[in-house]
Design a protein. Structure first.
Length: 301
């Protein structure tokens, strides 16, 4: 099948073809009921149940395709969008618009130098060799540090940036850090942060495809569901005001009267990471039968 001829009329949605953001992106698509089958080695997949085509691209290239309006929607790192925007001529507005922070792919683009070396401040790298995959952001960073000048020599490498200092190619690097394992293994330390990043859903500023809203709302629902649990409990009506402060919900808690005089049942969305503390506090104010339920999907205001 000539897939390119089947793109007409479809929303084009770019997703990472490999790497750190791919699995969580595929999970989001699946949670949003975007059904597709990707043929081996093909970078285009037609969605079966919606007029959408998925385009598998390197995360670093996604902002370019979206910025030029070739692709309507995409998932990539905020760092990649920032790098794309930093390459634009002065005064030009970015064609890439962020719609949603997706929460995964959290990392920092950091200035790193040899741990045992003499450098401790990014200013000491001015005029020296710096290696990175993010040349535009690194240039902007050093230009600001140098007060508008740029004497620092910035060189591009596509991967394994952390090897540059040990190989004598660089005095410092600008690379992504998450756990810090790679940096530590390469004998480097971070001395400054250029940008902080998470995966984002982005759209082309010029797209007018109505499916953008539908997809955004589905993805938002999946993210909310992943972030929250539903907490249900029974409480004496006299303690309801205090309990409602502990579980205010996204809008307000749902309160139902119980058959037993003076008692009510409460059901409220609570952030997953806070649930243990919330349960402790509810118990303290007299709540009983506290249940915590996972949310499969959601649409909230
Ligand atoms: N260690 C990490 N932890 C979390 N997110 C990361 C990490 N490294 C990269 N990312 C995010 O994932 C995006 C893609 O990086 P990744 O290293 O997966 O690239 P890639 O497309 O596989 O290209 P490469 O050929 O450079 O490996 C980055 O721009 C960043 O937003
Ligand atoms: O702080 P950490 O948890 O160690 O993660 C950081 C590493 O992850 C990324 O590389 P990746 O492993 O995706 O491969 P790459 O170097 O080929 O881009 C990034 O470029 C760092 O090297």
């Amino acid at each position: 099948m000539d897939l390119v001829n089947h793109l007409e009329g479809r929303l084009l949605f770019a997703v990472p073809k490999k790497g750190r953001l791919q699995q969580s992106t595929l999970d989001l698509l699946s949670g949003s009921d975007i059904q597709f089958r990707r043929e081996t080695r093909l970078d285009i997949a037609l969605v079966k149940n919606l007029p959408i085509a998925l385009i598998f691209l390197p995360a670093a290239d996604i902002p370019t395709f979206i910025g030029e309006g070739r692709v309507d929607l995409g998932i990539t790192g905020r760092d990649q969008v920032a790098e794309h925007d930093a390459q634009l001529p002065a005064g030009e507005t970015s064609g890439v618009e962020e719609i949603l922070d997706l929460g995964f792919g959290r990392c920092k683009l950091q200035v790193q130098v040899p741990e045992k070396g003499p450098l401790t401040d990014p200013k000491e790298l001015v005029g020296k060799n710096v290696v990175t995959s993010f040349t535009a952001l690194t240039e902007a960073f050093f230009r600001q540090l140098e007060g508008g000048e740029l004497s620092t020599k910035i060189k591009y490498v596509g991967g394994s940036v952390e090897a540059a200092c040990a190989l004598g190619v660089a005095d410092g690097i600008v690379d992504l850090v998450e756990s810090g394992e790679t940096m530590k293994a390469a004998g480097l330390k971070a001395i400054d942060t250029v940008v902080e990043s998470t995966a984002v859903l982005v759209k082309s500023r010029n797209t007018n495809n109505s499916l953008v809203e539908l997809i955004t709302s589905r993805i938002r629902g999946v993210i909310t569901a992943q972030k929250y649990v539903l907490c249900q409990y029974n409480i004496p009506r006299t303690e309801l005001a205090t309990a409602s402060q502990i579980t205010p919900g996204k809008r307000a808690p749902t309160i139902t009267a119980l058959e037993e005089e003076g008692w009510v049942a409460v059901s409220s969305m609570v952030e997953k990471k806070a649930i243990a503390t919330v349960m402790d506090e509810l118990t303290k104010v007299g709540a009983t039968d506290i249940l915590v339920l996972n949310i499969a999907n959601s649409r909230t205001g």
